[in-house]
Design a binder for this molecule. Structure first.
Ligand SMILES: Cc1cc2nc3c(=O)[nH]c(=O)nc-3n(C[C@H](O)[C@H](O)[C@H](O)COP(=O)(O)OP(=O)(O)OC[C@H]3O[C@@H](n4cnc5c(N)ncnc54)[C@H](O)[C@@H]3O)c2cc1C
Length: 344
């Protein structure tokens, strides 16, 4: 293979599409994912309300020629939603699955896990569960997992359960006191959904003030860290307004933290994401990616939530860009560099 993309989430889909747009012969592109079901977005987050406008999702689909979005057999539900509104992520998963199925027919797709990468003969040997592939260049789009904290005592509810209202309803009993850690988009969503269950009490342990995104003429202040849409409205009304009767908030370094936590029967950690374990790279002890270019090593590049681009806002804040359109935009910028930095 000339190029192989590891990961079939939104970033991997964009990477395959943009390689084809850049003139790489699809017959020389490999694509590896164990499921090809739109990554974590498809498997875990489809019931999550998005925080970006539908217009940005439309831009993602229409921007890449290889997606052939114009040839879709019918309009997707997402396209019936006002582009200035946000939507449940499931509406984005449907067209992403269609694009995945379309691209899989063009390239060499393998339903497998990449287990190991080995640099040799000016390229990468990718060890799979069954056999291996040699590829001159590799793009890692392997995604991230919710960060795991652990406090002994309360039973942990996984974030993928907490962010799915049906699963959450089943996981909560009326005698539960639930600890929710964090104050980001995911944490606020969890708080709002928990209070729709018969939960007895919710305690939100947090470290810093809520931050809100501000839409300006040409850019968004706190675009990647601030609350937007539903979570911003909810938070202004309840967290920074009047706390609902069953909700308590406490700083995580409050002297009463241990005592309060000991009253909790369940805990949900919504404290960010961390890069999923890389396929093993034998030659390198430390592996860093350049957060401005996505370059990891010769012929090895990273994209998506696992390798977000560090970007300065016009006021000088460094934020890490995550989101479908941002992945596409990063590829526009980075792929020309990657092609020059590629293994010969
Ligand atoms: C609460 C929440 C709200 C969000 N809201 C928005 C929003 O409003 N707008 C927006 O644009 N996005 C939103 N997102 C989605 C966001 O863009 C995600 O970060 C996105 O799913 C990341 O895509 P990815 O392709 O980088 O990773 P993933 O979707 O995690 O895909 C990674 C893929 O790589 C595969 N993989 C991993 N390791 C290997 C291996 N060794 N071999 C083979 N395959 C491997 C995995 O199986 C998976 O299929 C939201 C996400 C969350 C959690």
């Amino acid at each position: 293979m000339e190029w192989t993309v590891i990961g079939g989430g939104p970033a991997g889909i964009a990477a395959v599409g943009k390689l084809i747009d850049a003139g790489v012969d699809p017959a020389k592109i490999g694509w590896i994912d164990p499921h090809f079901q739109v990554g974590d977005l498809g498997k875990k987050w489809s019931q999550v309300p998005g925080n970006t406008k539908v217009e940005l999702f439309n831009r993602y689909f229409e921007h890449c020629q290889a997606f052939a979005f114009k040839s879709r057999p019918k309009k997707f539900k997402m396209e019936e939603i006002d582009p200035n509104e946000t939507c449940l992520l499931q509406y984005v998963v449907e067209p992403l699955q269609w694009v995945t199925d379309h691209l899989r027919k063009k390239v060499h797709a393998k339903e497998e896990m990449a287990l190991e990468l080995f640099l040799e003969k000016g390229g990468w040997e990718i060890k799979l569960q069954k056999g291996s592939i040699f590829s001159k260049n590799v793009i890692l789009a392997i995604g991230s997992d919710p960060k795991a904290l652990f406090h002994p005592g309360p039973e942990t509810i996984g974030l993928e359960v907490a962010l799915d209202p049906n699963k959450l309803q089943k996981a909560i009993q009326s005698n539960d006191t639930v600890a929710v850690f964090g104050s980001s988009h995911s944490a606020v969503l969890v708080l709002a959904k928990l209070l729709e269950t018969p939960v007895k009490k919710v305690i939100n342990f947090y470290r810093s003030p809520i931050r809100y995104a501000v839409h300006l003429k040409d850019w968004i202040l706190y675009d990647d860290t601030g609350l937007k849409g539903f979570t911003a409205q909810w938070s202004k009304k309840y967290l920074d307004g009047e706390l609902p009767p069953r909700l308590e908030r406490m700083l995580a370094n409050d002297p009463a933290f241990e005592e309060s936590l000991s009253t909790c029967t369940k805990a949900i950690y919504a404290v960010g994401f961390e890069r999923r374990k890389l396929p093993i790279l034998k030659q390198y002890e430390h592996l860093h990616y350049d957060d401005k270019t996505g370059i990891i090593a010769p012929g090895l590049f990273g994209i998506g939530i696992a390798f977000p681009r560090g970007k300065f806002s016009p006021l000088g804040h460094l934020e890490y860009s995550v989101g479908l359109w941002k992945f596409m935009d990063q590829l526009n910028l980075m792929l020309p560099f990657w092609q020059k930095y590629a293994n010969a």
